[in-house]
Design a protein around this ligand. Structure first.
Ligand code: DGL
Length: 272
């Protein structure tokens, strides 16, 4: 199997990007790495995030991918240059992809503490709209609760109210979900926000950029073509984790609709 699209994240979040890739390109196969032994990334130092990105992207390259999609905003914000240098194939980013598509002038960004502190979203949005008001909020409570499957936990709602307050105060018109775990919070966020605030998932803009790149890779060889576009992309994807594969498969089933096969891999410098 030629694995065309490589993606990685600290854990489950990047599956929201994988889901978009499958929805738009049902005939492409993918390789996903969830670095669950080191989740969360969002409270690590810049140095750690960059060194992890180098290691993970090097591993993906060794497996043979045709294009890399950054399925982790934190790595995108702090280590895009590292990923580009290691990948050896075209790299599609979330942050630059979505920044080019935003039409609102008052924009909120919910992200991990590392992404928010980096100012990467603000810079990318200002490159297109220098007058935009951009409010970036770091949300440390979200990823651990999502990874634990605690989507109904009262703490999630309390945290969301706290993180949304500065965005509402600045009267934002759109909120970018600047962490790939956050699309899973859409029902909660919609409940807490006025209906006229648009929630933006950067993966939608990123997958638009993927089309021409996949086309340039050409068709999969005959015999490797996916037969059933609805079911096959998931079955044809290789999903790997650095932590416990069983826990990941069970948690992923809630998002993907069926339990994927998950394999455990050991990266060279991986430490918990
Ligand atoms: N899902 C990732 C992101 O988009 C990383 C979250 C984390 O591990 O803190 O930033």
């Amino acid at each position: 199997m030629s694995l065309r699209v490589g993606l990685f994240d600290s854990g489950l979040g990047g599956l929201t990007v994988l889901r978009q890739v499958h929805a738009h390109y049902p005939h492409s196969a993918s390789l996903y790495l969830g670095d669950t032994a080191r989740v969360p990334y969002g409270e690590r130092s810049t140095e750690e995030i960059r060194s992890i990105a180098a290691e993970v992207v090097h591993w993906l390259r060794q497996q043979g991918i045709g294009v890399l999609v950054m399925a982790c905003n934190t790595s995108n914000a702090l280590a895009l240059d590292v990923a580009v240098a290691e990948a050896g194939v075209p790299v599609v980013g979330l942050i630059d992809s979505v920044a080019a598509t935003l039409s609102a002038d008052r924009i909120g960004v919910l992200a991990t503490p590392a992404t928010a502190a980096s100012g990467a979203y603000r810079r990318a949005i200002h490159a297109w709209n220098p007058d935009a008001v951009v409010v970036e909020v770091g949300c440390p409570a979200f990823v651990p609760l999502i990874e634990a499957g605690e989507l109904q936990h009262p703490e999630l709602r309390r945290a969301a109210l706290t993180y949304l307050a500065p965005l509402l105060e600045k009267k934002v018109e759109a909120i970018v979900l600047g962490c790939t775990h956050y699309p899973l919070l859409v029902p909660l966020l919609q409940e807490l926000l006025p209906a006229d605030i648009t929630l933006v998932d950067p993966a939608r803009a990123a997958v638009q950029r993927l089309g021409p790149l996949l086309a340039s890779l050409g068709d999969l060889p005959e015999g490797e073509q996916l037969q059933d576009p609805v079911l096959s992309p998931l079955l044809a994807s290789r999903i790997c984790v650095t932590g416990c594969p069983r826990a990941f498969a069970q948690a992923a089933a809630r998002w993907l609709g069926s339990e994927p096969q998950v394999e455990q891999v050991q990266l060279k410098r991986q430490q918990a």
